[in-house]
Design a protein around this ligand. Structure first.
Ligand code: ATP
Ligand code: ATP
Ligand code: MG
Ligand code: MG
Length: 878
């Protein structure tokens, strides 16, 4: 077996609209191409031995053990690789369930599709699955050690990629509310929502968190001073810079017990509490010095440690934090108890799990000594033995939810404190013997205010009710159930995508909104080009959706991008499908026009249920997409008596129809005429029917988004794509007594489209200078020839400079074959060189005639026309 290609999909795609995270592996089975699993001696046994848990895969029999049944009875290796790749991820703790395997048009070559949670792990699992299966085929087994290593590697990849518990909680809540999110490429920034409606977060700091509040909170001494001045109870203390001042400081706070901590520290680093002697104080001073130059000396307040979380001015959760400890069982030593406690799968390293493993340090031994223990002591059953003085989760502490117990007065104090410090999300460290009584009565204090407080102790407390604190953050960032989205309109089809995208963007601009749009020519925001180039894939979509100035996104969505990585957005408000015609067949395992239609259908299907799929009623493959989408349907048609559209409209549906020379919106009994085609420059005075179709599609897409008829009309009448903006798209030049048209039609459907315009040219003779890209199929050239014979009065057949591997002259021959087949008396000649061919066409141009040039190089063709010096005006699209 050999992996030919691995692709990573990250959005709605050809295989699934709902499952965005898929790996597509193109797998050549080589010598296994003809072999069923049942024909390989020992394969079934080897597979079950390596991965007994495959028993849990249902597969097509739909029952427990179903997949293994298939293996025993005989199935293809691609299918087995799929299940193994999924199972490997499962064994590493990643729950994935979706897989597909399909044979391609190349015999023995399969596409194996597997779901992933982490991209790298997904690709790894794909490769490992091939390795595993091959090994069982060759040797009857896969070594245990190798399997263990695979699973460990997968676990590592998964862990390294995880977002951290607080961020995880936030994005889960976003998903629950239908708020799209993405990871930005820098500084662990998370974007929630799109465009102008986006909000950003970094861990639990939001883009509303004020820098002044953060800086104040990070300075513990300043925080205390500010709070003390407002009457909030804070620890009595002072700051020193020299050991010489320690004695005096201890006196100032009222003698032992005291606390010593670094001025700017966190996660409990360098802190010693409950210091009762000078020796301890000196050692604590040194420890704090490791973290910070300035040292806080404070009175020690007896009590339990609480974290009060305030979001948007309200207390949303309270947790008591219990320092790392073990509970005696009367049998094990403290060392054994610690080991046992750390085995808890909820305990990880650092912040990556709900709890953190306990690691002993200097203070742990001191504490043990104070409690009269060593590591080898066996504490009596039920006794709690503390291992840390402070209760930070990151040093192995646990948390107990106390949200329902906090006294209203303490609630009031906490909310007031956070206002005073100036934070939207803050965690208060409160030391008191009883949070359900006012701090005043218990001599409790607010030790610290934390910006960017961790959520894990509230989301997953060791005891008590988990609190949806991320929900409070979402309520703050997206009040009134806002979705954070902006309108996203996605346009696909074989021909006319760029034109329609540009027109739609232009129409939308009439509403005064900032429109971001992407096309094959470049990415634009408002009137400006952001980036030139073929930008029709998901990355360009991201650029627009991440831009904080964009209010509406219009995205040309081409087949290449959908195939390579899926859509760059989870769903659109409007998905437009213009047409499906033969082009690019045989590329990327899309071999038939129906497969191409399935691919383009992704755009119609990945639409929010309250959005619209705008479909071409005159193209049966496009019209059929209505069956597959859950969105509302809106049709456009050039045929006012289209039965499909009439039925649709009678049922209250909406459509855009070309009727009696007008582009109109039809809805129920009403017809709203937008404008006469003649008055719309894009339609070239109504002579280019396909442009009318594009304009109908754009108008309809805008209409279903509540753009008014007046705004649509204004957009249609003012849209002029200049030659410099859209070279090669129906560029018409007036050369005095004749015209020249340059277009890069190169597939049968676009030949026909241009042909419809040419046929409408009735003032004089029509000359065609034609050809096609060499990498298309033989029959495609014959078709181009047949079409040309019907369109032109005289034909000059030329070839591209780059024949893309085809022998020179062969494409021309095939075209001529097509020409003579339909019109034996056709007038034509063959001039293979493009420049000569164009010049010949222009030389022989008849009065009032039209020379249509379908060149390889649009810029060269335009240059040759301009060399004629007669270009009085460029009347393109008027
Ligand atoms: P984190 O950022 O994780 O909250 P930190 O390093 O900022 O920790 P503090 O919050 O100042 O440190 O102190 C850590 C813990 O030590 C407090 O939550 C509290 O339990 C205890 N503590 C600190 N100062 C005092 C004090 N004066 N009296 C009693 N306990 C204290
Ligand atoms: P590409 O796939 O190259 O990005 P596109 O789909 O963006 O193409 P446009 O750039 O808008 O298409 O138009 C390219 C050419 O396709 C036009 O010049 C015209 O010849 C033809 N064309 C445009 N609209 C249609 C249509 N609705 N039906 C058939 N042909 C069309
Ligand atoms: Mg703290
Ligand atoms: Mg395009």
């Amino acid at each position: 077996m050999r992996i030919l290609k691995i692709q990573t999909l990250r959005g709605p795609n050809y295989w699934s609209i709902r499952r965005h995270k898929l790996i597509v592996m193109r797998l050549d089975l080589e010598n296994l191409a003809e072999t069923q699993s049942s024909e390989i001696p020992g394969f079934y046994e080897g597979l079950v031995e390596a991965l007994p848990s495959l028993e849990g895969h249902y597969c097509s029999p739909g029952c427990h053990g179903g997949f293994l049944m298939r293996v025993r009875e005989g199935t293809m290796m691609g299918h087995i690789v799929e299940h193994v790749a999924l199972e490997l991820q499962e064994l590493a703790g990643m729950q994935v369930g979706f897989g597909r395997t399909r044979e391609t048009a190349t015999p023995g070559v399969y596409q194996v599709v597997i779901e992933y949670l982490n991209e790298e792990a997904g690709r790894y699992a794909g490769r490992a699955a091939v390795r595993l299966c091959q090994s069982i085929v060759d040797r009857g087994r896969y070594p245990k050690a190798e399997l263990e290593q695979d699973i460990q590697d997968l676990k590592d990849l998964w862990r390294d990629a995880s977002l951290g518990p607080s961020t995880e909680a936030i994005v889960k809540e976003a998903e629950k509310r239908g708020i799209p999110w993405m990871q930005l490429s820098a500084r662990f920034l998370i974007q929630l929502g799109y465009g102008v409606n986006q909000k950003r977060m970094q861990a639990t700091m939001s883009d509303k968190t004020g820098i002044l509040g953060v800086e104040l909170a990070c300075d513990k001494e300043a925080t205390k001073r500010v709070l003390a001045a407002t009457g909030v109870p804070v620890p009595k203390g002072t700051v020193i810079n020299f050991l010489d001042d320690l004695e005096e400081a201890i006196e100032y706070v009222g003698g032992y017990p005291i606390v010593i901590k670094p001025l700017d520290g966190n996660h409990g680093r360098g802190i010693t509490i409950d210091i009762r002697s000078w020796e301890e104080a000196e050692a604590a001073y040194e420890a704090a010095r490791q973290v910070s130059r300035s040292i806080i000396v404070e009175r020690y307040y007896v009590g339990r440690d609480h974290r009060v979380l305030v979001v948007d001015g309200k207390v949303v959760a309270v947790a008591e934090r219990v320092p790392a400890h073990v509970v005696g069982n009367g049998r094990s030593t403290i060392a054994e108890l610690i080991e046992e406690t750390n085995l808890d799968p909820n305990r990880g390293d650092g912040h990556d799990k709900v709890l953190t493993k306990i690691e002993l340090d200097r203070t742990s031994y001191q504490l043990l000594e104070r409690q009269g223990y060593t590591l080898n002591s066996v504490p009596p059953k039920g006794t709690i033995c503390y291992l840390k003085a402070t209760a930070n989760l990151s040093t192995g502490g646990t948390a107990v939810d106390r949200t329902d117990e906090i006294h209203p007065e303490n609630l009031w104090i906490a909310q007031r404190v956070v206002k005073i410090i100036g934070l939207d999300i803050a965690g208060l460290d409160v030391v008191t013997t009883d949070i359900s009584r006012p701090l005043r009565e218990t001599d409790g204090v607010i030790v610290e205010v934390n910006a960017a407080p961790g959520f894990r102790m509230h989301v997953a407390p060791s005891q008590g009710i988990p609190r949806n604190v991320a929900g409070a953050v979402m309520d703050m960032l997206f009040p009134n159930e806002q979705s954070g989205r902006i309108p996203v309109l996605s346009v696909t089809g074989t021909n006319g995508k760029t034109t329609t995208t540009r027109l739609l963007a232009h129409i939308y601009k009439q509403t005064g909104k900032v429109v971001g749009y992407t096309t094959t020519d470049g990415t634009y925001i408002g009137e400006y080009l952001v980036e030139a180039g073929d930008n029709t894939g998901p990355q360009s979509a991201h650029l627009i959706l991440q831009d904080p100035t964009v209010e509406v996104a219009v995205l040309e969505t081409a087949r290449g991008g959908i195939l390579r990585s899926g859509l760059g957005f989870e769903a659109a408000n409007v998905g437009v499908v213009l047409n499906v015609a033969a082009d690019h067949l045989g590329i990327g395992d899309i071999d038939t026009i129906d497969q191409l239609a399935n691919l383009k259908s992704v755009v119609a299907e990945a639409v929010y249920p309250d959005g619209y799929a705008v479909l071409n009623a005159d193209d049966r493959r496009v019209a059929a997409m209505a069956e597959k989408t859950k969105a509302n349907i809106a049709y456009f048609t050039m045929n006012p008596s289209s039965e499909l559209v009439q039925k649709h409209v009678q049922k209250g549906g909406v459509a855009a129809v070309y009727e009696n020379g007008y582009l109109s919106i039809v809805k129920g009994d009403w017809t709203h005429r937008i404008e006469r085609a003649e008055n719309i420059p894009l339609t070239m005075g109504g002579r280019a029917p396909f442009m009318i179709a594009n304009a109908l599609a754009a108008s309809l897409a805008a209409f279903v988004q509540n753009v008014t008829i007046e705004q649509i009309r204004a957009g249609l009448k003012t849209f002029r794509a200049s030659v410099s903006q859209t070279p090669g798209r129906m560029n018409l030049f007036n050369l005095g007594n004749y015209h020249a048209l340059v277009d890069y039609a190169h597939n049968p459907a676009s030949y026909e489209a241009v042909g419809a315009f040419v046929r409408n040219w009735t003032t004089g003779q029509r000359i065609g200078v034609i050809g096609g890209p060499g990498d298309r199929r033989d029959e495609d050239f014959v078709t181009l020839g047949k079409l040309s014979a019907e369109i032109f009065d005289y034909i000059i057949v030329k070839e591209d400079d780059d024949t893309r591997g085809r022998p020179r002259g062969s494409a021309a021959e095939l075209i001529i074959k097509g020409i003579t087949q339909v019109k034996p008396d056709a007038r034509f000649e063959s001039i293979l060189d493009e420049t000569q061919a164009i010049n010949k066409g222009l030389d022989m141009a008849p009065a009032n005639g039209l020379v249509v040039i379908l060149p390889e190089s649009v810029s060269r063709a335009i240059k040759l026309i301009k060399l004629r010096g007669l270009v009085k005006e460029e009347i393109q699209q008027q």
